[in-house]
Design a protein. Structure first.
Length: 529
């Protein structure tokens, strides 16, 4: 039983050891926590289980040197352990603070892990050696005593009195560290620094060029006795404009193409939209992924803005209404675009979306808006060309959008199954009504022709009119009826036949048809003859 217990404990230990091996980390160490003025000591930055690292060691207080900046990766992309060191020299009494910052990345998961830490080193004056009381060496002892008791009267004040950057407000982290963030278009800053002691010297003040990203600028106050106080200012120049820079870019007439970087949950307030409306400028609010690739843009045109309600910019590639959209589109293949805000969208605003994962350049796609309350897909824009992987269209108040190369029937024809059966019944009713209308029109035409015929045959007998009506009922050729009723001569011909064959109406009608055919090819006067 004990063997099994030991085996389990060993397995757990091995498992725990393996977990620790793959966890990248960094640590900071110093060779001594207490030194004398003028002594040197070593600071080390240790990297464990890392395939890449970006670490920085800085020191503040009465010290010189003591700086480490290492950014590299292993050649074989495998995890390793590294140790970096620097030599520090204590320049005066006080406390030296050493800080570690940066990140390390393990090959096992590829995630960058932030590292930090600090160490303190106390600096004091070297103690005076004990006096020699040998009477034989009184003079020598006195001389040594005088030399050892000689003091340094120079000022050791290396404190900073004032520190600022022209046009900006510094953020103080502690007495030796400050931070500042500036817009992308700022390329240089002017540092102003003053020491407490007029006998001290200040270096690092004045103009400094800054690059995009993080810039570390060191201001050093050196006391009269040589002790130094180092102050680090971390200046971050943004890689673009952000929402907090909106006022600045709207007032800058030198900027034509205004791009504002937003987060996935950014809200553009009504006040921001009012400013854009007043400026009449077009602003692109861009959301990028972790690879700095553009995912989507809200393009707000200040000249077209009317309503200026808050705008939630969140967009996803999924939809809660997916089933309904697929049903209404007859299960067409396409992309779903879900908006967090579905109404009160700013007028004239366009969306630029990346669709390059599904469609290639020059493909033509159609954009439909899904209106949940109406259960419809409404065409927003047709034949949108894919350019450089993106499409662009104007937004409307819709619950979601559906991008597809298919052509979906118009919204008034996109209905549910129940609606289709109702539509069939409606078509039947319309068909019946149409037939009734056509029948009434034909009856009206026939009646009108009959009335004209009656006016031309006022002198005919009632039997002749009856016979004519029977004839009109039996005949199917309306052109022949028109020929029969075209002249008074034809009516006389009918009367002649009626008088001869009054006993057999059916035969008279047949003979009357033959007579009518003859009358259409001969002159009416010949018929009378």
């Amino acid at each position: 039983m004990k063997k099994v217990k030991y085996l389990i404990i060993s397995l757990i230990s091995i498992f725990a050891f393996n977990i620790n091996v793959f966890a990248a980390s960094g640590s900071l160490g110093v060779s001594s926590s207490s030194v004398y003025v003028g002594d040197s000591f070593t600071v080390t930055a240790n990297v464990s289980s890392a395939a890449a690292w970006n670490i920085h060691v800085s020191a503040s207080g009465p010290v010189s040197g003591c700086s480490i900046n290492q950014a590299d990766a292993t050649a074989d992309a495998m995890d390793t352990n590294k140790t970096f060191s620097a030599t520090c020299t204590a320049t005066g009494t006080g406390t030296i603070t050493i800080r570690l910052s940066g990140d390390v990345t393990s090959a096992s998961d590829g995630n960058a892990v932030n590292v930090s830490g600090s160490r303190s080193v106390t600096v004091s004056n070297r103690p005076t050696p004990p006096s020699n009381n040998n009477n034989n060496n009184n003079n020598h002892s006195n001389n040594n005593s005088n030399n050892n008791q000689t003091t340094d009267n120079r000022s050791k004040n290396n404190n900073i009195k004032e520190l600022s950057i022209e046009g900006y407000d510094l953020t103080k982290v502690d007495n030796n560290n400050y931070t500042l963030s500036v817009p992308n278009d700022v390329t240089s800053i002017n540092i102003k620094a003053t020491a407490e002691d007029s006998k001290s010297k200040v270096t690092g003040a004045g103009n400094h060029d800054i690059n995009v990203g993080e810039n570390n600028i060191e201001v050093v106050v050196t006391a009269e006795n040589g002790s130094q106080n180092k102050i680090n200012i971390k200046v971050t120049r943004k890689d673009g404009y952000y929402l907090e820079d909106l006022d600045k870019v709207l007032k800058n007439n030198k900027i034509d193409d205004i791009n504002i970087t937003i987060k996935s949950d950014t809200k553009i307030t009504a006040q921001d939209l009012d400013k854009i409306k007043s400026s009449g400028k077009t602003i692109k609010f861009n959301y990028y992924n972790d690879d700095k690739s553009l995912v989507y843009s809200w393009i707000v045109d200040g000249t077209k803005l009317k309503n200026t309600n808050d705008l939630l910019t969140t967009i996803s590639n999924d939809s809660d209404n997916k089933k309904d959209i697929l049903r209404l589109s007859n299960y067409a293949d396409g992309l779903f675009v879900g908006l967090k805000q579905t109404n009160n969208l700013p007028t004239g605003t366009k969306l630029k979306l990346f669709v390059g994962d599904k469609y290639k350049d020059n493909d033509l796609v159609n954009v439909y808006g899904y209106v949940k309350n109406n259960d419809k897909l409404e065409l927003v824009k047709t034949k949108v060309k894919v350019e450089n992987g993106y499409i662009e269209f104007e937004v409307t108040d819709a619950s979601d959008y559906f991008v597809t190369m298919s052509i979906i029937p118009s919204s008034d024809k996109v209905v549910t199954t129940t609606d289709k059966s109702s539509s069939t019944i409606l078509f039947v009713i319309i068909g019946v009504l149409s037939l009734l209308v056509i029948g009434l029109v034909i009856a009206f035409i026939v009646k009108n022709k009959k009335n004209k015929k009656d006016d031309n045959n006022n002198n005919n007998s009632s039997s002749n009119r009856t016979l004519n009506n029977d004839y009109e009922t039996l005949t199917t050729d309306t052109n022949k009826v028109d020929t029969i009723s075209s002249s008074q001569s034809a009516n006389k011909t009918y009367n002649d036949y009626n008088n001869q064959r009054s006993n057999d109406n059916s035969n008279e009608i047949e003979n009357l048809n033959n007579s009518n055919i003859d009358s259409s090819s001969t002159d009416d006067n010949n018929i009378y003859q």
